[in-house]
Design a protein around this ligand. Structure first.
Ligand SMILES: Cc1cc2nc3c(=O)[nH]c(=O)nc-3n(C[C@H](O)[C@H](O)[C@H](O)COP(=O)(O)OP(=O)(O)OC[C@H]3O[C@@H](n4cnc5c(N)ncnc54)[C@H](O)[C@@H]3O)c2cc1C
Length: 430
């Protein structure tokens, strides 16, 4: 990298928060540098590709000091590379309370991305059986919006988690590649180590790249390293209030065996229900065979483990209380509260009833895992309504900025926040 090149904006991390702002800025003519810790190798369903993205502890998942596994995708596209592609709308009223109106950006995103409920031909037998059972029990179980190019999607496929071989699943990689097509520079295997602060201003970043330490400079720097990566960089820059009292959206999965399931794959999270007041969300979750087997064996449910074809799953996600700390070195401490356990247990009881009504046997609950860490640099606390930190050219655009406990799929919200930040930076440049 030519260290003398000065960019308009450096974006650290290419998840939905980072790549949305990068793509929007390049469309406005800005000279953007994206630095991404992970690779950009094709993620198209091959086992080798999947292992490179989800196989390394520390990089691809974090284990909290309390033993909870928090999954993350360290690659171009961030965790959307392995996400279930659910496009849950941002809670507009909640953001408005903080002076952040996301309506215009939501409308733009809906026009730009393939967001919608699956057409009936793509709703698989697993999703149908669970939806029918939930409805018979009187639940408001509805289809969820998905980020999927439906003309390319195939029923009978389990590859949403390991890279879509048909190019049907939209991921934030698409935005990162858009940005490159519009002139941005993308450097992969570039782990940002610190933000260079001089004269109370962010001057650039220092990053490691294939064993050497490089620097890059820009007028504005956006940290988008995810809910657990961003606070480490902020704390190193002296913003010590980052990384405190955050959420992880813990979840348990309920699995049982249903004889009439034919096996074969389908899109996860086709439908679900949200009990907003209780902070519980349920959705169907047919799981990739290897991950399912590991989770069943971890709980010693060998009969289930070796019967993936008949496995029916429901994910129970909780809105956990804000607590915990990310340390200067990236260690994660997070103890779930009694209320959090109540949400997970209540959700599991609901899921178990739905599975039983669907005729499932051998129902069990997995260990608690998590996939949406955030709230580590909250709006109104660490960043202002323009996502700016106390340094007037250092911003955050990722799950860290969510100001309250969460419990929802966040990607669509992060895209709208990224687009809004790009508008702010563009107006500042004039
Ligand atoms: C299995 C799973 C399923 C999910 N399903 C859904 C779903 O259906 N719908 C939904 O909305 N959400 C889902 N999520 C959650 C969603 O993917 C994440 O919440 C979202 O991707 C977070 O976006 P982000 O921009 O905050 O960070 P991330 O997506 O985590 O991106 C951060 C990026 O920064 C990079 N990075 C980190 N540190 C550095 C550094 N120091 N230097 C350079 N780069 C760095 C990382 O490699 C990564 O690419 C799922 C998550 C998981 C794990």
């Amino acid at each position: 990298m030519n260290t003398t090149t000065k960019f308009d904006t450096i974006v650290v991390g290419t998840g939905p928060g980072g790549s949305s702002v990068a793509s929007s800025l390049t469309r406005k003519g800005q000279k953007v540098l994206m630095l991404e810790w992970g690779n950009d190798t094709p993620f198209d369903g091959s086992k080798a590709g999947a292992l490179g993205i989800i196989g390394t502890p520390g990089k691809n998942y974090t284990i909290t000091s309390e033993g909870m596994i928090v999954g993350k995708g360290t690659t171009v596209g961030g965790s959307t590379s392995i996400f279930c592609a659910s496009a849950y709308p941002p809670p507009l009223t909640m953001f408005k309370k903080y002076g952040v109106d996301l309506q215009a950006e939501l409308d733009e995103t809906r026009k730009e991305l393939p967001i919608g409920k699956l057409k009936s031909e793509l709703v698989g037998p697993h999703a149908k059986i669970i939806a029918d059972s939930a409805k018979k029990l009187g639940h408001n179980w509805d289809q969820l919006d998905k980020f999927i190019y439906q003309d390319k999607c195939r029923l009978g496929c389990f590859m949403c988690f390991t890279g879509c071989p048909h190019g049907a699943k939209w991921t934030a990689r698409n935005y990162a590649h858009d940005a490159v097509a519009n002139g941005a520079t993308l450097i992969t295997h570039a782990k940002v180590l610190e933000i260079i602060i001089e004269n109370n201003t962010a001057q650039g970043v220092k990053y490691s790249h294939h064993g050497s330490i490089e620097t890059a400079h820009a007028k504005n720097i956006i940290i988008a390293a995810g809910g657990l990566g961003t606070p480490v960089l902020l704390r190193k820059a002296g913003i010590k209030e980052a990384g405190k009292n955050f959420f992880v959206d813990p979840m348990v999965l309920a699995f049982g065996l249903i004889d009439q399931l034919p096996g074969g794959g389908e899109v996860p999270m086709t439908g679900g229900m949200h009990l907003a007041e209780d902070g519980i969300m349920l959705s169907d979750l047919p799981l990739y065979p290897l991950v399912y087997r590991l989770l069943a064996m971890q709980k010693l449910h060998f009969k289930n483990a070796f019967n993936h074809k008949q496995a029916a799953g429901i994910m129970v996600k909780a809105k956990d209380d804000l607590s915990g700390e990310v340390t200067d070195r990236g260690g994660v401490h997070k103890t779930l509260t009694e209320k959090d356990h109540w949400r997970l247990n209540t959700g599991y009881d609901l899921a178990k009833n739905i599975l039983e009504k669907a005729g499932a046997k051998n129902i069990f609950k997995t260990m608690i895992i998590a996939g949406h860490p955030g709230g580590t640099a909250k709006i109104g606390d660490v960043v202002d309504t323009n996502l700016m930190t106390r340094f007037n050219n250092l911003y955050v655009s990722d799950c860290s900025v969510i100001p309250e406990a969460w419990g929802l799929p966040p990607s669509l919200t992060l895209i709208t926040l990224g687009k809004r930040l790009a508008k702010h930076l563009d107006s500042k440049a004039v």
